[in-house]
Each structure stands twice: as C-alpha cells, then as structure tokens.
Write a protein that binds this ligand. Structure first.
Ligand SMILES: *[C@@H]1O[C@H](CO)[C@@H](O)[C@H](O)[C@H]1NC(C)=O
Ligand SMILES: *[C@@H]1O[C@H](CO)[C@@H](O)[C@H](O)[C@H]1NC(C)=O
Ligand SMILES: *[C@@H]1O[C@H](CO)[C@@H](O)[C@H](O)[C@H]1NC(C)=O
Ligand SMILES: *[C@@H]1O[C@H](CO)[C@@H](O)[C@H](O)[C@H]1NC(C)=O
Length: 339
C-alpha cells in the first residue's frame, strides 16, 4: 500500500465532519441545477427515431435473450409481469397477456449530467470487466445499459462506461470509509462492485453485479459514469476521470424491500432511507424517471434480477470528475481533500 496515513485521516475526517445529509443535499442541488438548464431530461423525444432504426427492437431481443439464458425456471412466466406491474413509477400497463417483446422493449431513460454529482465515492484506475462481483454475497443483478446522444438520438458506440455501488451491507470498495461514514483505510485496497465495459454498435453493454445495499442517508442506487475519452491501459484498467457524464440508477421500493429482508442485506445496521425520502432521487423525479425496468430471473428474488435502462448523454457538455481515490497495483491511494 502506498497511501499516506495523513492523507487518509484528512479524507476520513472530511467525511466524518460533514453530516452525511449535508453532502446529499449539496449533490441534490447540483443535480437540480443541471436539470434546470438541460433542454432534455430523458430520451422520450428519440423514441420514433430509435424505432425507425430498429434499435428498440434490438434492445428488446437482447434483454429477452439474457433473461431466457439466465432464468432459473426455464421460461419467464406471468409472475414477471405481475411484478413489473407493481412498479409504482412505471406508466406501463402490463398484464399476463403482454407479449415478452413488448415487455422487454419498455424503455426508461434519463440524462447523465456533465456535473460533479458523483458523490464522495468515485475511484479512478478500476478494472475493465463484465463481472464485478468478486467474493461479495448478495442478489445477482444483470444490468443492461444503453447510452444515446441526447442531441442526435444516435447510440454512443465504443465508449467506456463505469459503474460502482456499495455491497449488501452498505460499504463501498476503494475508499477509506466504512459503515456510517466511519474511517476504514483498509477499504482502499478493495475493488468489488466497480468496473468498466465498452458500448457496442447499438450503444449497449452489460454488467454482472449485485443488487446494492444501502447506507445512511441514501436509498439503494448504482452510480454510472460515461468516459468519452478514456483509453484502456495494458493491464486492463482505466485511469481517465476527465469529461465524465455521471448519474445514478434506482430501483422500485417493493423490490428493494424484498432484497433487504434477505441475508446478508438484513445484517446491515445502517438506517434505511426509502425512495420517497432520498433527496437525490426526488430531484430526478421532478423531471424524469431514473428507476430501472426489470424482470425476476426465478421464483425467488435470490435467483437474480435483470434490470435495464437507457441514458442520454450531452456529448458537447463535459466536466471533470472529483476523484476520491485511485487504485494502483500496490493498492488504493486517497486523494487529499481541498478545504
Ligand atoms: C448540451 O450542452 C450544450 C453546451 O452546454 C448546451 O448548449 C445544449 O443546450 C445541451 N443540450 C441539451 C439537449 O441539453
Ligand atoms: C396491472 O395494472 C393495471 C392497472 O393498474 C391493472 O388493471 C392490471 O390488472 C394489472 N395486471 C396485473 C397482471 O397485475
Ligand atoms: C462489505 O464490505 C466490507 C468491506 O470490505 C466487508 O467488511 C463486509 O463484510 C462486506 N459485506 C458482506 C456482506 O460481505
Ligand atoms: C496498471 O498500470 C498502470 C500503469 O502502468 C499502473 O500505474 C497501475 O498501478 C496498474 N494497475 C493495476 C491494478 O495493476
């Protein structure tokens, strides 16, 4: 490990000193400011164009194929449709007769912001890999994402996309912070539930991850960043944090409730924040819907979930991400915080 203890304590002290709620409020304000200036907050205006180019249908077939391959019960049946129908932010009217192609074609979208709303947990130098689970335990989550240019509605191809989320007991890898924002320098050397994938010709990519747990002040969410100018290094890691478009994905409350009742999620002692109390999610809901579409991959929630979502990215607007730490072969190094 080559981080300095002084740096780690400075970083941990900043996290502990600031009331967790204060950071979230700040982030919420940044997100609100961005959405107020953005001409588009979703990809709804792209639907005719995507349909004309067959992109919606291609996405539906891709998701359906994954669902059928991973399904623990052979074929998907009625249960999925009822589960989806419960979605309290979905305007979908699925019923047992809804064809699967219609089900998997359902799109939700919102725009990623070229803003510094990445929160205190952004780590540079992470691995390129489809499966980010490592040794972590939890509900398997296959995440199918697609990104489109919000101005032209074209898929954004050959571009690196990064995800990161906390584990089932609400801890992030790669940052010197543990439960309830307590210092945990040993976490700098961990990399679980973080990784990069590159978009294909239809702007899509998939990750194998776990359903996220929760931590103080936040509902379950997954961070997503698009790196338009990133290039992989020989050891299959990516360092660039510049020009990143960043956002967060959320889940239906009833699904998160079911997951949280299972071990090891149920061992998490940090307080739960429901969707309707999450300051950041509430900002997005004012103008868009950042909650993923999903199907269950088996009869039990522990069999896994396939979730999908599309993002709009404004390629002409860029900013630099705020890096909490960088991961090296020798371990993680925290970035000193500026006062
Ligand atoms: C994209 O960003 C540019 C530059 O900030 C801005 O002028 C334009 O309105 C944005 N487009 C949308 C769709 O928000
Ligand atoms: C789905 O929701 C609609 C409207 O809320 C309801 O009429 C319908 O019966 C529901 N279908 C299923 C399969 O639960
Ligand atoms: C989550 O990560 C922390 C830090 O590595 C670890 O101590 C904890 O055991 C993990 N949770 C589970 C359920 O493995
Ligand atoms: C990857 O390579 C870079 C450049 O050689 C190096 O600095 C970094 O420590 C390596 N990262 C890992 C995880 O091996």
């Amino acid at each position: 490990m080559h981080f300095s203890t002084a740096l780690v304590s400075a970083f941990a002290a900043t996290l502990v000193a600031a009331h967790p709620g204060a950071n979230v409020q700040e982030e919420a304000q940044e997100r609100r400011d961005y959405l107020a200036t953005a001409k588009r907050t979703s990809l709804d205006h792209c639907s005719a164009q995507l349909k004309a180019r067959g992109l919606g249908q291609a996405a539906a077939l891709r998701r359906r194929a994954v669902a059928e391959k991973k399904s623990k019960r052979g074929l998907l049946h009625q249960r999925d449709l009822a589960d989806l129908n419960k979605s309290h932010h979905s305007d979908a009217d699925y019923d047992a007769q809804t064809p699967l192609d219609t089900l998997f074609a359902k799109e939700k979208s919102c725009v990623l912001a070229p803003e510094t709303t990445e929160g205190p947990y952004y780590v540079a130098g992470e691995f390129i890999r489809q499966n980010v689970v490592e040794e972590e335990q939890g509900v398997p989550l296959t995440l199918d994402l697609a990104i489109y240019d919000v101005e032209t509605c074209d898929p954004i191809t050959d571009t690196w996309v990064q995800i990161w989320s906390c584990n089932s007991t609400g801890i992030y890898s790669g940052v010197p912070s543990g439960a309830d924002y307590t210092p945990a320098p040993e976490n700098l050397d961990t990399t679980f539930l973080r990784g990069f994938q590159q978009t294909d010709a239809s702007g899509a990519l998939q990750f194998e991850t776990l359903y996220p747990g929760h931590y103080s002040g936040r509902t379950q969410h997954i961070h997503v960043a698009v790196h338009p100018d990133a290039s992989p290094r020989a050891n299959r890691t990516i360092l660039e944090a510049t020009v990143s478009h960043i956002g967060q994905l959320y889940f239906d409350q009833d699904l998160s409730d079911r997951v949280e009742r299972l071990a090891p999620y149920s061992a998490n002692t940090q307080p739960v924040t429901a969707n309707d109390k999450d300051a950041l999610l509430l900002v997005d809901l004012e103008s868009t819907d950042p909650i993923v579409e999903y199907v269950m991959l088996g009869d039990k929630v522990e069999d896994g979930v396939l979730a999908w979502f599309s993002f709009g990215v404004n390629m002409t607007a860029t900013r630099e991400a705020d890096v909490a730490a960088t991961y090296y072969e020798s371990g993680g190094v925290a970035t000193p915080k500026e006062e």
